[in-house]
Every structure is written in structure tokens, then in C-alpha cells.
Design a protein around this ligand. Sequence first.
Ligand code: FES
Length: 496
Amino acid sequence: MESIWTLGSRGVAEYAPLDGDTEVDVAILGAGITGLTTALALGEAGLKVMVLESATVGAGVTGGSTGNLYSTLASGQAPLRQKWGDKVAAEVVQARDKAVAHIEALVDRLGIDCRFQRLPAYRLLTEDRQHTRHNLNDELDALISAGLDAEMAEGPRLPFDSWGIRIANQAQFNPLHYLQGLANALLGEGVVIHQHSPVREIDADKGLVWTDTACVAAKHIVQATHTPKGISLLQAGMLVSREYALGARLRSGDYPEGIIWLLDPLHSLRSYRHGEDRYLVVVGEKHKTGEHHGDHYQMLREYLESRFDVEAFTHQWSAQQYSSPDGLPYIGRMHGHDNLYMATGFAADGLVWGTLAGILISDQILGHDNPWQARFGARRITPGKSAMQYARENVIVTKHMVKDYLGTEKLDDFAAIEPGQGRVASVDGEKLAIHRTPEGELKVLSAVCPHLKCIVHWNTSESTWDCPCHGSRFDTSGEVIEGPAYHPLARPKGLD
Ligand code: FES
């Protein structure tokens, strides 16, 4: 099943994968919201821009997002205020507000049909009003203090009792249709987009980017890849997680409007209309990438059925999140290289952060001052606000290294792997990632992640190999789906 955003997909003029060496002003890796927002600003400024996408436009996390656009953070305004204080919490809201307005202006100017609409957001409780562990008063106070139009309110037309906070004037759209609209506008600006062109190496000193078949020389290299490729110190402090989404039709035909965060426990809801058909979208069951606890889609189905009269489940998809050590994204020039840029640490709020990243990075390349560059800069160092998460994530990585290297069970016979199953096992001393397709074909790869040598884990919900250390993910043929790894899982030595 695909994401609901593929309904009525418009497609993008097909460019063949890059197959010859070339020279550009700016090479952008990734055709998600960060990459295409950056590309549009630079293309319109007259620079020669090339976008290299490993799959297709929007196939990564943008196309797997919620389509919700909001000025606060999904994790709440009060925790942000507590960590950073009033001034920074208000700056975050102002910057995100500006990014949502940027999207709205582009939709308008380029005539992108992506169902953009202004709607309220809700943070709601459903349990006994007298006995709640969430302090909504703090949250409301933080939202108002940051300049948002928020008030206590009942929930919007839900089939169960709910109450909480209503935040006016937020927005929703179809993220994939938006990207396809941006991509088609870019082609008119002379920007070249090469799909199916994964980047295998960057040499920032020489300003070179390699795919499997070609080399691009670029004055500026933008890693719009959700997390920087290769090795970066920041990866050591990122919390990498996955979240799941379902689309469903309801018997009642009554679909709630707005961005709805149910807080007990955290799930997000929204509705979507395609033609005459309406759908409810639910997102939740978040877990750390590479640490799986059963069938996450089934858990989400059960959650939705416990609250709504579901007629049919129609879509399912998932997406990855990188939560930064100090709670704010890292955007712009990287340490050590003035020609290399990144954008990461968007947590669950990537559509708006990605748009802001496109604005900030294009401003840096064009030499325009931007008041947000210092606040969200990729070179900032904030030990007082990030040390805890660095320490926690490094303990987790070390634990995985020790447990996965010492604790992998031995396998004597591949016949033990059932159709549809995946398992990591030791065979002749080598750690192997072994999968049998539902049709019975056996696929055997090295289980050693090519990024920094952790052992990948099988993800039953998505039939992928996921690395618990920094979130690289691989398909059953070993190809990189996302994450910092440049290269696919290797073929095992014994089978070469
Ligand atoms: Fe870093 Fe796998 S993603 S070791």
C-alpha cells in the first residue's frame, strides 16, 4: 500500500539518471521539500542548479509526511520554552510562521493544485478531565507568549469526548502534489532534476559529487538528504525514529477538520479529500529506528478502530525523523567546508523546517543576510542544551554494538527462514542479513551497515533492513533507502 498523497499524483517530467560528467553552480542532493525549495530560489536567481535524487521526487520523507503545516512544534511549545526560554521559543514560531507563509505564497504564485488550506490545530485530551498528567495550562501560556492565537476549546467533531487547546490559522496540504508542482516549476527555470541517481561520494575539498556513473563539479553542494551523508559528528547526538501512518474510510462519513494531536498517548489525526472520497489519516506508533516491537501498522489499526467506526483501511506508509540534540534543526554551512551545506534535526516538524532550510541555504549561497541563520546554523555549538542527548544516544549505540556483535545467533540451515521472514544470523563467523521473499527466493547480504559498522535489524512492518545506530535503511536487495550510508549492504564474502 502507498501513501495517501499518491492519489491523483501528477508526476514530474522524467529525466534519465545522470550518466555523464558535468559542471554546475549548485548540486543539490535530494528532491524533497528542502532540496526543491532551495533549487527554486537559486534557479530563479539565475544559478545553474542540478538536483540528484536517489529515487523519485518526493519519494523520501516529504512524501511520507502528514501534510500538516504549523508554527509551533508537534512535541509542544511548553517544552521548547522550558529548554530555550521565551525569546528563542518566540523566534521559532516566527520563523516557522514565515516558512508556512512562503509555502502559501508559492502555491499561489505557481498555481500549485495541492489542496493547501488554512485550518486550526488542536492539542487534545480524551481522558478524565480531573485526572490528567498533561498540563495544558503551561502549553497554552507558552503558545500565547510566543505570539500564537490560541485558546481552550472543545475538540472538533470527534466521536468521543475531547477538549484542549485550539491554535488558529495553521495549514494543511498534499505534500507530494506540492513537490510535484515545485519540480515542474523548476524545470521551467532550467533546473535539471536527475531521478534514480544516488550519490556515492562527496569530496567537498575538490567540490565533486559522484554517482554510480558520473561526476558533478559544483561550486556549492547542498545535502538535502534529511541527514548528512557520510560521517558527521552531529549523527552521534541525533535520536532517529520511525512513525507510521494509515488512511481509512469511516462508516459515519463524518471526518474531523484540522490538525489534531491527541495527547494521551500522542497520535495525530487529519482528514483528506480526493474527488468525492474522504479519508481519515492517523499517525503514531513511533519507535526508535532499528528497534522493532511487533507489527506497528497492526497496532495503529487497532488504535484507530478503538476510536472510530472504520469501514476500510486504504493506505499505509511510514517516515523517519531525526530529533536534534538541542531540539532545534541544524541548517546551513557545515563545519570545515564553506561550500557544503546540510539540513537535519527536523524531528516531526520537517515540512516547515525543510521550507525554512530552503530559504536559509539559498540565502547563504546568494550572500543574503537572514536573521534566522545564526539561530538555526549548522555550526552552532550548544553543549548545555545537547549534552544529555549525546550521552544517551552514545550509550545506545555502544549497547547495540556489543549486543549485536556478541549476541547474534548461529544459523546452520537457510531453510529455517520462512517466506516473508528476515533474520540476522552468524554463518561461518560472518553476520548475515537473510531474507526469504514471499515467493520463496532467498536474499543474503552482509548485515554490517556500511556507514559505521553496526549490525542492521529486520523491520517486519516494512520488509527493510534498518540500522539502529544512525538510521540508515536498506531494501531487501541491500540498496540504500535513506540515512547517512552512501553504499548498499555488501554481498557476503562467502557468496562472492
Ligand atoms: Fe551508522 Fe549504520 S547508520 S552504523
